[in-house]
Design a protein around this ligand. Structure first.
Ligand SMILES: *Cc1c(COP(=O)(O)O)cnc(C)c1O
Length: 391
């Protein structure tokens, strides 16, 4: 998942300040560069910000998703419902645990999982729903929790786009059974690579911690129960090395101080785009923010709504790229990937909205450090591209 660094204006880009660097250097000079106190501090900073009881930081968002499927007890043959439109990691995590991803189509407006289409996918084997707050916009959680309650399903939130967003005045990370963040450089804040799980459930928290470190515990009680000696530790589950370092968490702590400012800057750019593209509202669909939600504005996605534009999406893309604008596509619907088609015989036609999205969507550059000049350049070139291909 490159972020288009070869482009003059990439679609996403991190923002590392001198004080962020100073924080990392401080960790490097300390006694602990991994498995030390800076990890706890970063976990606490994110948990407090989001209003969650527990946090576990891991080596990536993908590792966090894997850990979540383990903690939820997903095992061979279990089904998990996932939106057809997401990054492959949202559903690969189910496969890692020998579960079966069951894809659900999306809504037109937010491009999130369509709550009206979830129930038809629920079977006796369904264990949970993995929601994705696409582009930073929260899903319709009232409806999702109603279904989850009725069928006794986990609600696992892939919130890799939505750190800092809110649903009905509740922060993302405060209400789902488990919420996953990524700190890849394209995301709201970065630790280079990194991820985190938030939960309010102590038992899940313990399982997540176990999974992060080979399934090994050095738990006091286990110590006392065994008379072996002070060296004692035991492996209780098959876990992995999914640890994050204190060095990364130093960067994370410093980045958290900028999170609100980053989101506000994203929002200002979105407002400028929306204003500039408003005149084309009949031929392109602009992103929306529902009244019940505050988006984290991870991505700015427009959809081409005119046939001549849709037919020429490649031309529009090539034009933008040639002019140095790192246009992108988020994402190829997961069931369209050869691996998924081959293995599960998924057909794209089963997810018509996701399919339409794939034909129409274009992601334009959006990151907090974008200069006014760069925003204007994107606006100018995108308008040129539309004029060029509109018949
Ligand atoms: C970025 C992302 C991930 C994966 O996170 P990594 O930290 O890159 O492993 C998973 N799901 C979604 C929706 C993402 O955007």
């Amino acid at each position: 998942m490159g972020i288009g660094k070869d482009m003059k204006i990439p679609y996403a880009r991190q923002w590392i300040s001198e004080s962020d660097i100073a924080e990392v250097v401080r960790v490097l000079r300390s006694d602990w560069i991994t498995q030390g106190p800076t990890i706890d501090k970063f976990e606490k900073a994110v948990a407090d910000y989001c209003g969650a009881g527990y946090a576990v930081a891991l080596s990536s968002g993908t590792a966090a998703l894997h850990a979540v499927c383990f903690a939820a007890g997903i095992t061979k043959g279990d089904e998990v419902i996932i939106p057809a439109l997401t990054f492959v990691a949202s559903s690969n995590c189910v496969l890692y645990q020998q579960g079966r991803p069951v894809f659900c189509d999306i809504q037109t407006g937010t491009h999130n999982i369509d709550p009206d289409k979830i129930e038809r996918h629920i079977s006796k084997r369904t264990k949970g729903i993995i929601t994705v707050d696409f582009a930073g916009h929260p899903c319709d959680y009232d409806e999702i929790f109603k279904l989850a309650g009725r069928y006794n399903l986990w609600v696992i939130e892939d919130a890799c786009h939505s750190l800092g967003a809110s649903y009905k005045k509740k922060r993302i990370g405060s209400f789902s059974d488990m919420t996953v963040f990524s700190f890849h450089p394209a995301k709201a804040i970065t630790t280079g690579e990194g991820g985190m799980v938030l939960t309010n459930n102590k038992a899940l928290y313990e399982r997540l911690k176990l999974f992060r470190n080979h399934g090994i515990t050095k738990d006091r009680d286990a110590f006392l129960r065994k008379a072996d000696g002070a060296w004692y530790y035991e492996m209780q589950e098959l876990g992995y090395n999914y640890r994050i370092t204190d060095i990364q968490c130093g960067l994370g702590i410093a980045q958290m101080r900028s999170l609100d400012r980053f989101i506000n800057l994203r929002r200002e750019i979105v407002q400028r785009y929306n204003k500039a593209f408003g005149e084309m509202a009949d031929i392109i669909q602009l992103p929306l923010e529902k009244r019940c939600a505050i988006s984290a504005w991870h991505l700015y996605v427009v959809r081409l709504k005119d046939k001549s534009l849709v037919d020429n999406k490649r031309g529009i893309f090539d034009y933008l790229r040639k002019k140095g604008i790192g246009a992108n596509l988020h994402y190829i619907p997961v069931p369209m990937h050869p691996y998924y088609r081959r293995r599960f015989n998924y057909r794209a036609e089963q997810y018509p909205e996701a399919g339409r999205y794939y034909k129409e969507a274009v992601t334009l550059p959006l990151f907090p450090r974008m200069k006014g000049k760069e925003v204007n350049q994107v606006i100018k070139v995108f308008k040129q591209a539309i004029q060029r291909f509109k018949k």
